[in-house]
Design a binder for this molecule. Structure first.
Ligand SMILES: CC(C)(COP(=O)(O)OP(=O)(O)OC[C@H]1O[C@@H](n2cnc3c(N)ncnc32)[C@H](O)[C@@H]1OP(=O)(O)O)[C@@H](O)C(=O)NCCC(=O)NCCS
Length: 206
């Protein structure tokens, strides 16, 4: 079976939303049913300025390689039937977004000065979701999707949030550190979620 990295248009995301949300729920080990709570938000995100999504999909080709969709673009029919192994998306941060408001308040509380906050917030890509299905993890797909998603972005920074894990001992943390992400805020509690999160970031290009 061959694995392909592809860009998803907003209508691709709409068509494959159920599969993308399944990857997300299985990867995060969230309870079944979480998909239904997230569906409308993921669709709303496709309309945000600078939205981009990428996916890793598997086709029943003879070889076992990893292919970049830039070299051989999949037909609509292939994309519609391929099984989804991973998905990632993000968009350009803006002041009317809840996430930006949370991050600004976290930065203020952590003592960051106004210049630093303005510098970070004026031009960043929010890496909103990145998930590889558990059966496809540990093959470098997460890194490959991240690189594809961030390639050619015009923003000065990329920012993301990830749950705090003792000793940073999981694949997400290893990936972000390997890609050069550094601490922006640690131990942040978003309104409505009891878990502490880290906000990580780095300059672009990657
Ligand atoms: C975090 C996540 C996206 C990382 O994706 P991934 O494909 O599993 O991992 P990476 O792309 O970083 O691959 C690195 C691993 O693949 C291995 N690998 C195998 N072939 C590789 C290749 N050609 N290139 C790079 N790494 C390769 C590396 O050795 C490494 O293994 P290790 O983590 O055991 O050291 C994924 O594990 C995931 O979805 N986790 C659950 C959900 C989650 O935490 N999402 C992020 C929330 S913010």
């Amino acid at each position: 079976m061959a694995t392909y990295l592809v860009d998803l248009s907003p209508s691709d995301m709409q068509r494959r939303l159920g599969d993308a949300l399944s990857v997300y729920v299985d990867a995060m080990r969230y309870p079944r049913g979480t998909e239904d709570q997230r569906a409308s938000m993921w669709l709303e995100h496709t309309r945000r300025p600078g939205w981009k999504a990428v996916a890793a999909v598997q086709l029943g080709d003879a070889d076992n390689g990893l292919h970049d969709g830039a070299q051989r673009s999949l037909t609509e029919a292939e994309l519609a039937t391929a099984s989804m192994l991973g998905v990632a998306y993000g968009y350009c941060g803006a002041p009317d977004q809840w996430w930006q408001q949370q991050v600004v308040s976290g930065l203020q509380r952590s003592g960051a000065d106004r210049m630093r906050i303005a510098e970070l917030m004026s031009s960043y890509f929010e890496l909103t979701e990145l998930h590889i299905h558990p059966r496809a993890q540990g093959r470098g797909l997460g890194e490959a999707l991240t690189r594809r998603l961030l390639a050619g972005r015009a923003e000065a920074y990329v920012l993301l949030s990830t749950p705090e894990i003792s000793g940073e001992a999981n694949r997400a943390w290893r990936l972000y550190r390997r890609l050069g992400f550094t601490d922006v805020i640690r131990g942040y509690r978003f309104v409505g979620d009891p878990r502490p999160f880290a906000i990580l970031g780095r300059t672009l290009p990657l």
